[in-house]
Ligand binder design. Structure first.
Ligand SMILES: *[C@@H]1O[C@H](CO)[C@@H](O)[C@H](O)[C@H]1NC(C)=O
Ligand SMILES: *[C@@H]1O[C@H](CO)[C@@H](O)[C@H](O)[C@H]1NC(C)=O
Ligand SMILES: *[C@@H]1O[C@H](CO)[C@@H](O)[C@H](O)[C@H]1NC(C)=O
Ligand SMILES: *[C@@H]1O[C@H](CO)[C@@H](O)[C@H](O)[C@H]1NC(C)=O
Ligand SMILES: *[C@@H]1O[C@H](CO)[C@@H](O)[C@H](O)[C@H]1NC(C)=O
Length: 336
């Protein structure tokens, strides 16, 4: 064949070859992203350890990161001055109750698979806000190493928007659901946030199957609780203390006439995540404008802004602090 003939053949074949290459590529594309033709889902952005340290420093919290989240039995034997505060900001006066609780709980660590992702932990805190409704964030949420949920927020029936993975669930007796197995994974850690001695008493009575004392709660907690004992943890009150004093800068011992203000479990969970994780993202945070009292506030149920009226929280302050953290690039609020 002459050179000219070869050239002609090549030019004739070219469209055919290109067609096959394009077809082949499109197959690979759709195989990796599902054949339903959906656009590729954003994956969790990768860590940069330097930047997580830098982010922490930029908060000017005057303390280093504290990745040990839970109270341990051995703490009580070795430390002389555990705390100069009583609950919710310290364990002074609650030592005996805690000894009893921790003697039964016996495991004080994070799950092994999370603990071993030491070089970079990605965490997402799921608030219970109405804003997460119809967000379709579920699939993205499930990709984080650690998913933190709050109180009795449901998962079943809302997977599309809030995902179905739960690594930690922070709760207190009044916000405990009677059967934690329903909306958690079998290995979800059930993390009690003790706000008052009654909260520890409640847990002790369940662990030892003692007669329940009902006084001292603002809402009756479950009398029977089906949580697995091996999954229970008690959050170190250190975290609420520092959330209040260093992050929100609210007075720990308000004067007599002043209504006491405590951090919400939501902002507490964000602070816990900042201590434990290299990447902290949020979903479902934020309340509706105060003016509209009829607006639903959660992605489930019927609660409205009205129900928050007498709470011991400063929601405006917390919103300002979260906004500042987001502007500093320390946290990222996921949106649909
Ligand atoms: C982390 O910091 C070190 C020293 O400051 C620098 O050499 C390195 O490139 C940084 N790594 C990243 C991923 O930014
Ligand atoms: C930082 O902490 C130290 C001791 O923990 C304290 O003496 C100092 O006043 C704190 N500084 C600020 C700015 O809070
Ligand atoms: C509690 O107060 C005592 C005496 O003022 C002090 O020596 C101790 O370091 C304090 N403990 C903590 C945990 O702050
Ligand atoms: C969510 O989507 C459903 C069904 O499309 C719709 O009826 C509902 O109004 C939406 N809710 C919000 C808060 O957007
Ligand atoms: C979450 O949903 C996925 C897909 O439906 C399922 O495979 C997985 O087992 C679920 N995980 C939990 C903890 O429910």
């Amino acid at each position: 064949m002459t050179l000219k003939a070869t050239k002609t053949w090549f030019l004739r074949l070219l469209p055919v070859v290109l067609f096959f290459i394009c077809y082949y590529c499109s197959q690979i594309y759709f195989d990796s992203y599902g054949s339903s033709g959906k656009s590729p889902k954003t994956t969790v952005s990768l860590c940069d350890i330097n930047s997580s340290q830098r982010k922490w420093s930029s908060l000017h919290l005057n303390t280093s990161r504290h990745p040990e989240l839970f109270l341990k039995l051995e703490d009580f034997f070795w430390r002389e001055h555990l705390s100069n505060h009583s609950l919710p900001y310290g364990i002074k006066g609650s030592e005996l109750l805690l000894l009893k609780v921790l003697a039964v709980v016996t495991s004080y660590s994070m799950p092994g698979n999370v603990e071993s992702s030491l070089d970079c932990r990605t965490c997402v805190v799921i608030g219970n806000s109405f804003t997460v409704k119809n967000s379709s964030l579920g699939e993205i949420i499930n990709k984080y190493n650690v998913v933190i949920r709050l109180n009795d927020a449901p998962v079943r029936g809302f997977e599309e928007d809030v995902g179905n993975k739960t690594t930690l669930r922070l709760f207190y007796p009044e916000s405990a659901s009677y059967n934690p197995g329903k909306h958690n994974d079998p290995d979800t850690l059930l993390v009690l946030v003790p706000f008052k001695q009654q909260d520890l008493l409640w847990l002790k009575e369940i662990l030892y199957n003692e007669k329940r004392v009902r006084k001292g709660f603002w809402k009756p907690p479950p009398q029977i609780w089906l949580g697995r004992f091996s999954q229970i943890r008690v959050l170190d009150p250190y975290f609420l203390h520092l959330t209040a004093s260093n992050l929100l800068k609210i007075p720990l011992n308000p004067r007599r006439q002043q209504k006491p203000v405590h951090p919400t479990t939501g902002i507490l969970a964000v602070f816990v995540a900042l201590n434990y994780c290299d990447v902290v993202h949020l979903a479902g945070f934020g309340y509706p404008e105060n003016r509209n009292q009829q607006q639903p506030i959660h992605y489930y149920g019927q609660d409205t802004m009205k129900s928050m009226k007498n709470s011991f929280h400063d929601l405006n302050l917390e919103a300002r602090v979260l906004k500042r953290l987001e502007e500093q690039g320390v946290i990222l609020h996921l949106h649909s």
